[in-house]
Design a protein around this ligand. Structure first.
Ligand code: DAS
Length: 359
């Protein structure tokens, strides 16, 4: 009897200890935000032949489960699960990919058991995807994009900390309602404003109007908030968009010929972004070709190849007279994203110009 009662007490003690451990784990998990990582590829999922290959490697090789398993620290700030949406280098993403990703983000954001969403992505076009999502996904939950300039196999790889920062920010209540964000190199950038400014170093990304803040050791430090319309305050909703119109870009430079503009005009674009030098300048020999694009029914949008600043309406060109739109502070690749989204609703040039002022 004696032995049995001691064994019984032992079993009860172990059961109690296990139960309290599980309960505290459940409480701990319940206390942590639920963050979903949507993986699309890029360098953050890349792999090189050696630790010295910081620039020579294959992008889009490592699956999301391996990314998560390789970073157990994620579990200290959130309950994390992953989905592999694509596995591509971002320069190869298509409009259909954009729609697929945005619709998945929108669906997840509606789920009460999802507190934040992280999207791992290539650096080459993350600025475009980030802007598209901020224009079309109606949620105030944090949506945080993340990329890396070096593959995880390289010395001083930046992906692990960038990903930890992204999950930490995505699980933060103070990151709500700020539009789509990008965490790179300790900074928190606005998805609207950020662009890749340097092609081979970790501090590659810059927002011309400044970062929104920084994230350091899992704590967010905010210094700015977006003023342009986004997410919940956007008139565009991915849940009502089924396709995107064809919008292309033609650059302006010394000696430019009308060949590209003519070909794009004939291809049936719905809008043509002109990435001119300076304040969106257009060579005098090119003006008639853009006027023909407009006369044939496509929208002409004057952007600038100059990274920073904004195009002034009716300054370099009589936009009112030509019925052209100016892209404000948007670089050509960003202007294209907004033009595609705007054209799902209107092709009225006055409405389009309003949209370019407001978004
Ligand atoms: N090719 C790049 C891309 O996928 C790799 C990267 O920098 O992420 O965007």
């Amino acid at each position: 009897m004696q032995a049995r009662s001691i064994f019984g007490k032992l079993v009860a003690g172990v059961a109690f200890a296990t139960l309290s451990a599980l309960t505290s784990l459940a409480h701990a998990q319940a206390a942590k935000p639920n963050v979903v990582i949507l993986a699309t590829g890029g360098t953050i999922a890349g792999a090189g032949a050696s630790a010295l290959n910081s620039a020579t490697y294959a992008a889009a090789k490592v699956g999301v489960e391996k990314l998560i398993a390789g970073l157990p620290e994620l579990g200290t700030v959130a309950n994390v699960r992953g989905e592999q949406v694509f596995q591509v280098a971002s320069e190869s993403l298509t409009n259909d990919n954009l729609l697929t990703l945005a619709k998945r983000v929108s669906a997840l954001a509606k789920q009460p058991d999802v507190d934040g969403i992280v999207i791992t992505h290539g650096t080459d076009t993350v600025e475009e995807t980030a802007y598209f999502l901020t224009l079309t996904v109606h949620t105030s939950k944090p949506i945080v994009m993340v990329a890396s300039m070096r593959p995880g196999t390289a010395l001083s790889a930046d992906g692990a900390l960038n990903l930890f920062d992204a999950v930490s920010v995505a699980g933060s209540k103070d990151a709500m309602g700020k539009g789509v964000l990008l965490t790179m190199n300790d900074s928190i950038e606005s998805g609207r404003d950020v662009s890749k400014n340097f092609n081979i170093k970790p501090s590659a990304f810059v927002s011309q109007w400044g970062s929104l803040g920084m994230v350091v050791e899992g704590k967010n430090y905010w210094f700015r908030a977006p003023v342009k319309r986004h997410t919940m305050n956007s008139e565009f909703d991915i849940d009502t968009i089924t396709s995107l119109p064809n919008v292309e870009i033609a650059m302006g430079y010394e000696g430019v010929s009308p060949t590209a503009i003519e070909a794009l005009g004939k291809s049936g674009v719905k809008a043509l972004i002109h990435g001119g030098p300076g304040n969106g300048s257009v060579a005098d020999r090119i003006v008639p070709y853009l006027q023909k694009v407009r006369a044939d029914g496509a929208i002409v949008i004057r952007s600038s190849r100059v990274p920073d600043g904004f195009v002034i309406r009716n300054a370099e060109q009589p936009d009112d007279k030509y019925d052209w739109v100016v892209a404000h502070d948007l670089r050509p690749q960003k202007a294209r994203i907004l033009a595609m989204v705007a054209l799902t609703k209107t092709s009225d040039t006055k409405e389009l110009q309003r949209i370019f002022w407001e978004y």
